[in-house]
Design a protein around this ligand. Structure first.
Ligand code: COA
Length: 170
């Protein structure tokens, strides 16, 4: 039997405990999980791609069957080049399911060998998003319930300057 591989793609700007939930569960289902930092042209990035990869590598260091990569092109092209035929996406609710279904259909049209599997986000992780983490960070809130401890220093460093500016404007 061929070893199974899947791609778990996302912006990971930054990685959250919601993403880690999906990575761990995918790692239990597949021989290898390739976590891919891909480019979403609709989102203005906060952390550079290299730092997002670095943060994910630190967070996933204890999961032996996880690889982390970044790719600037189409997801369909990446999976064609690597021969990966399964994409895993986490869904937090109906709104995610709607947009994820569209994305899965387009990716399948672009690469008919590709299937998308949806994993429901664990209930306690269903409210987390990277933009929510960034907003809380800009106000100096405690992030320990939302992001892995390995990346807290990165986030605090990235937002310390912004917090100082907010205070200056008061
Ligand atoms: N639990 C909690 N939160 C979750 C989650 C989970 N299980 N899964 C996703 N999220 C959050 C993320 O934090 C993110 O929050 P944000 O919107 O505040 O940033 C949001 O839900 C979805 O982000 P993510 O899963 O990172 O996906 P994305 O929509 O930003 O990325 C790409 C989509 C990168 C996979 C897509 O744009 C892509 O494939 N890009 C390559 C180019 C391409 O092929 N385009 C055509 C696609 S059809």
């Amino acid at each position: 039997m061929n070893p199974s591989r899947c791609l778990y793609p996302g912006s990971f700007d930054p990685v959250t405990l919601g993403h880690v939930d999906i990575i761990r569960r995918a790692a239990a289902l597949f021989d290898t999980v390739v976590v891919g930092v891909l480019y979403n042209p609709e989102k203005q990035g906060c952390f550079p791609a290299a730092q997002r990869v670095d943060m994910l590598k630190r967070v996933c260091a204890g999961i032996p069957n996880v690889e982390v990569i970044s790719y600037g092109g189409l997801l369909a092209q990446f999976t064609r080049e690597t021969g990966i035929s399964v994409v895993v996406r986490g869904v937090r609710g109906v709104a995610d399911l709607e947009s994820e279904t569209v994305m899965a259909r387009i990716n399948h049209q672009l690469n008919p060998a590709l299937e998308t599997l949806f994993l429901p986000a664990s209930p306690e992780k269903g409210e987390i998003s990277s933009s929510m983490v960034r907003q809380l960070a800009s106000f100096g809130a405690d992030l320990s319930a939302y992001v892995p401890s390995e990346v807290l220093p990165d986030i605090l460093a990235a937002f310390s300057h912004q917090r100082m500016n907010i205070l200056r404007e008061d």
